[in-house]
Design a protein around this ligand. Structure first.
Ligand code: DAH
Length: 343
């Protein structure tokens, strides 16, 4: 029996070397270890072995089984390796992993910042949580003034701080105007572009409680409305393209006098009037000549200096550039990849 076992071992070894496919390997395995296989049949004969020899033969049976098993494993690995080698075609182009990109608001912000930086504006950012004085009083909107109702505001539950008042989530980037005058110690020229998040308690298809604005402020000697208009024309050309025109429409803001709303010709219809714009013009946002009281709040002498300011929404402005109308603006911040990857 010992001899038979060792023969099986040697035989199987030889046959294994000739095996080329995994099917052949399985067939060989069954012919050895299957129910009627050579090994199984031989191992059965242990019953006929005299008691005193049973132990040594038993050990041999196990050892031979282990050795054959190991060589099957080894051959299986070799076969797998050669088949992988044969299958990899290194000339096939690799699968490119999906590439993400910045959020459209972030893209719009950097584009807008660059356009203004090119004509000498400095980008700044001021606190998102600010004091009432910077958000309202310093902008010529005293407590109880009805104009303050236009800026529905989130208040922070904290004690007021003297003349600076309560803490608010800044409802517009205009809060940065007097802060910028202070940063410049009341000494013009000032050319700031303040881009930041703003907050107002609105949640519907055209409002998210968090949104973005960009605020321009230019103060120097002899600044007048032509500078304001020229800057807007430059911005419209750079951001929207050479064919777009702008117009100023009289309006009212507490912190500017005179005040305007700025419109731009609609891209969809070229200014003739369509479903998107109705009359050929789309509203960009507010602007005006800085009110003397605001200059004074920033310790700038209104008899020596004048300035203009504007504050427009990033989301709105971007949508006008792309010529798209989003049914529900809230999708911008819903983190839905199916929407975001379209831009
Ligand atoms: N702060 C105003 C708002 O959020 C927009 C605005 C209007 C900003 C006129 C200005 C301005 O700087 O001059 O509605």
């Amino acid at each position: 029996m010992e001899k038979d076992l060792l023969n099986i071992q040697e035989d199987t070894h030889k046959k294994l070397k000739a095996v080329k496919t995994s099917q052949e390997l399985t067939a060989l395995y069954l012919s050895v270890f299957g129910k009627s296989g050579r090994f199984a049949q031989t191992a059965k004969r242990i019953q006929e072995i005299p008691k005193d020899k049973k132990k040594t033969i038993g050990l041999l049976v196990n050892k031979v089984k282990q050795t054959i098993d190991d060589s099957f494993d080894k051959r299986k690995k070799e076969l797998m390796e050669t088949s992988i080698k044969n299958k990899i075609d290194v000339t096939i182009p690799a699968i490119t992993p999906p590439l993400g990109h910045l959020h459209i608001t972030t893209l719009a912000i950097s584009e807008i910042a660059k356009i203004f930086e090119r004509i000498g504006f400095t980008r700044v950012r001021y606190p998102e949580i600010d004091r009432e004085w910077y958000a309202f009083e310093s902008l010529n909107m005293p407590v109880n003034h009805p104009a303050r109702d236009d800026f529905e505001t989130f208040f922070i539950d904290a004690p007021p701080f003297g003349k600076l008042g309560r803490l608010v989530l800044s409802p517009h980037t205009s809060s940065g105007q007097v802060r910028e005058m202070e940063r410049m110690r009341g000494i013009p020229p000032i050319r700031m572009i303040n881009i930041a998040k703003c907050y107002r308690p609105n949640w519907d298809i055209s409002h998210t409680p968090m949104f973005h604005q960009f605020e321009g402020l230019v103060i120097d000697r002899g600044i007048n409305v032509t500078h304001l208009k020229g800057t807007f024309e430059y911005f419209a050309r750079e951001f929207f393209g050479p064919k777009r025109k702008i117009r100023l429409r009289p309006f009212h803001f507490q912190f500017t006098e005179p005040s305007f709303e700025v419109d731009i010709t609609c891209d969809m219809c070229g200014g003739n009037g369509c479903r998107l714009c109705k009359e050929g013009w789309l509203e960009l946002g507010g602007s005006g000549m800085v009110h003397p009281n605001v200059l004074a709040a920033g310790k700038i002498d209104p008899t020596l200096y004048t300035g203009y300011a504007f504050g427009w929404g990033i989301e709105r402005t971007y949508m006008m550039k792309a010529g798209i109308q989003i049914d529900d603006l809230r999708i911008l911040y819903a983190n839905d990849i199916r929407f975001l990857e379209q831009f």
